[in-house]
Structure formats: structure tokens, C-alpha cells
Design a protein around this ligand. Structure first.
Ligand code: IPM
Ligand code: MG
Length: 361
């Protein structure tokens, strides 16, 4: 018997439910293959939790997350809950988990599979071989800064959010980024808007200071608008990119198109301890419940969970190899489909990955 691991599973809303179902198939296959034991504890978050109990982030879900070895999450949100107060919106659950688990480092790898080069709207020679790691700060910035809110002054409404970073917050994410770059091609790009924002000037200063601890890593800085452009024009120049919460949110969606589809990008959110794993895409209410979603981002998030939280690097590599094999065999969900490939739904894609996992050595 292998070791047992407790995983808190939060499918959430929309396609979150469908992609988690497929990711669990892959975990089940892995348990059969290796004898490892995964104890899955399902909890409610997001709109589903709001509908069930009036709270998108129930205390028992937080308890479950805190007690688990890792958290696996689908997606939250949807038009049904858009009119709600910010305090009870589905997104609160996601931000609450990040905050309460202190998951300040969000790793979003962007890898282009040769098999999917045609799926990218960019030219093949631009996207071929791209391997970028975006490290997004996840518990600070304008997402959490205070004051915030909408107030009425002199009879008109004013919306306020606060972009704020402390030097400790910057230093700890910078260290994660430098350490990651050291394991890769030793090139780190820090993205900010220091030409306009003081919080970004502090970001740039502290990242530069932290860099002195890592003389073997080459550090560059870039403004976020320029980076947005260069991600499309010359993505091959990038190795590790470290940036703020807000800029990381935006740049990672953009970078997903290099990989062909946002349905391909996994993520890991890490802190001092524990970790949360989720696809970078949202709940996609427009395609929910129709077996159209691409579960590969979530399955690849499971691989990241095996590697970063469960100390199972070989199993992580096996899951990634199974995904690659399925793509090689021509299986495609709608978002990455092209002529001549085998069009499958989410369930069949999950089955195919689980089957490859069981059959490869
Ligand atoms: C992401 C998402 C979330 C974010 C939303 C759903 C709150 O876009 O994880 O990138 O903005 O962080
Ligand atoms: Mg986002």
C-alpha cells in the first residue's frame, strides 16, 4: 500500500464541475496504477455554495481546505450571481481561499505542445517551443488593498480600490521567482508599471535588491504594456516572468493563446505550506453542462499537485506524458480542434488520458 493523501476537492460552478470529474478519473487511474491512496473530500464553494447556504465560502469548506494535503479546484462564477454584493459573489471563495491559505505564489506555466501549434492563432514560428513560467503574486495588490468600495459623495458615486504592496510581500514572491529561474534557463523578467505607479516602483526596487542574492540569474524589467505586446510578437525571449496580482491575471490569459487555448493552462498556488491547484480558466457558463470543456488544464493541474504538494514527481511526469500521448493520438476538444483530428467531449478526453496513464510504463 502506498501513502494516503487527503485532497479537498471544490468543483465550484459551470464547467468546473465537468473538468474536475475528468481530473478525478485521472487520479483514480493513478491510484490503480501505483497503489497510492487519495482521499477526496468534496466541498461547496462559489455560486453552488451560495445557492445551497447563502454563503459562497462556507466555514466548513475553509476547514476542509486547511486540513487537506492539497486543494483541487474547478472554477467559480457565472451570470446568475453577477448582480450580487461583492461580499457574497462566487469569486469571494476563490480569493478567500488564496488569502486564508496564504497562497501568495501562483505558478502558471505556458508550454506549447508541438501537436497544438496549429491551434494557436499566432504563427507557428512564433509559438514553437515556447516554455514560459509566469509567477503571479496572488495575495496582495489591488485585489486585496484597502480602502475599497463604492461610496456616495456630494450626490455622486465614487469607486475606490487600492494598489498596495509591502516590501515583504514583494521580496517573498521575488525569491520564489529567482529560485524558479535558477532551476530553468536562469532568466527572470519582472513586469511592472513603475513609470506611473509608486507601488510598482517599490516592486522594481525590491526585486532588484533581492536579485543580489541570485547573481547567477539574469534580471530584466519591463513595463506591463510593453510585455503584453512582446508576449505576442516575441514570446521566445521569455523564461520566468514575475509580476503583480493584477498584471499576472491579465498577462496569463493573454499568454494562454500562445499555447492554443486557455483550456490548456494549469496553475499551482503555493504558500509556506499547502497548495491549491486549478485551471486558469473560469466557469465558462456559455458552454457549461454540454460536455464541451477541455479538461486538460485541470488534469495538468493535478500533475502540478503531485509534484508540488504530494512529493510524487514520477507520477506527475506520468500524467503529463499521458496528456502528451493523447494529443499525439489526435484527440482534441472543441477549443483546440482542427481538421483531421478526433473531436471529443470532456468525458472522452478524460477517459483517454486515464487509459494512456494505465497503459504507459
Ligand atoms: C484567475 C481568475 C480569478 C482572478 C477570478 C475568477 C477571481 O481570473 O484565477 O485568473 O482574477 O484571479
Ligand atoms: Mg484570470
Amino acid at each position: 500500500m502506498g501513502q494516503r493523501h487527503t485532497i479537498a476537492v471544490f468543483p465550484g460552478d459551470g464547467i468546473g464541475v465537468e473538468v474536475i470529474r475528468e481530473a478525478v478519473k485521472v487520479l483514480d487511474a493513478l491510484a490503480v496504477k501505483t497503489g497510492a491512496g487519495f482521499d477526496l473530500e468534496y466541498g461547496l464553494i462559489g455560486g453552488a455554495a451560495y445557492d445551497a447556504c447563502g454563503d459562497p465560502f462556507p466555514a466548513e469548506s475553509l476547514e476542509m481546505a486547511l486540513a487537506a494535503d492539497a486543494v483541487l479546484l474547478g472554477a467559480v462564477g457565472g451570470p446568475k450571481w453577477e448582480g450580487l454584493d461583492y461580499g457574497v459573489r462566487p469569486e469571494r471563495a476563490l480569493l478567500g481561499l488564496r488569502e486564508k491559505l496564504n497562497l501568495f505564489a501562483n505558478l502558471r506555466p505556458v508550454n506549447v505542445y508541438d501537436e497544438l501549434i496549429a491551434a494557436s492563432p499566432l504563427k507557428p514560428e512564433i509559438v514553437q517551443g515556447i516554455d514560459i513560467l509566469i509567477i503571479r503574486e496572488l495575495t496582495g495588490d489591488v485585489y486585496f488593498g484597502r480602502p475599497r468600495g463604492i461610496r456616495v459623495e456630494n450626490g455622486r458615486r465614487i469607486g475606490v480600490n487600492t494598489m498596495v504592496y509591502t516590501e515583504e510581500e514583494i521580496r517573498r514572491i521575488a525569491r520564489v521567482a529567482f529560485a524558479a529561474a535558477r532551476q530553468r534557463r536562469k532568466r527572470l523578467l519582472s513586469v511592472d508599471k513603475a513609470n506611473v505607479l509608486e507601488s510598482a516602483q517599490l516592486w522594481r526596487d525590491v526585486v532588484t535588491e533581492t536579485g543580489r542574492e541570485y547573481p547567477d540569474v539574469e534580471l530584466r524589467h519591463m513595463y506591463v504594456d510593453n510585455c503584453a505586446m512582446q508576449l505576442i510578437s516575441r514570446p521566445a525571449q521569455f523564461d520566468v516572468i514575475v509580476t503583480t496580482n493584477m498584471f499576472g491575471d491579465i498577462l496569463s490569459d493573454e499568454a494562454a493563446m500562445i499555447a492554443g487555448s486557455i483550456g490548456m493552462l494549469p496553475s499551482a498556488s503555493l504558500g509556506e505550506r499547502g497548495g491549491m491547484y486549478e485551471p486558469i480558466h473560469g466557469a465558462a457558463p456559455d458552454i457549461a453542462g454540454r460536455d464541451l470543456a477541455n479538461p486538460l488544464a485541470t488534469i495538468l493541474s493535478v500533475a502540478m499537485m503531485l509534484r508540488h504538494s504530494l512529493a510524487m514527481p514520477r507520477e506527475a511526469a506520468a500524467v503529463e506524458a499521458a496528456v502528451r500521448q493523447v494529443l499525439r493520438d489526435g484527440y482534441r476538444t472543441k477549443d483546440i480542434h482542427h481538421e483531421g483530428a478526433i473531436l471529443v467531449g470532456a468525458a472522452a478526453m478524460g477517459d483517454a488520458v486515464a487509459a494512456r496513464l494505465l497503459s504507459i510504463g
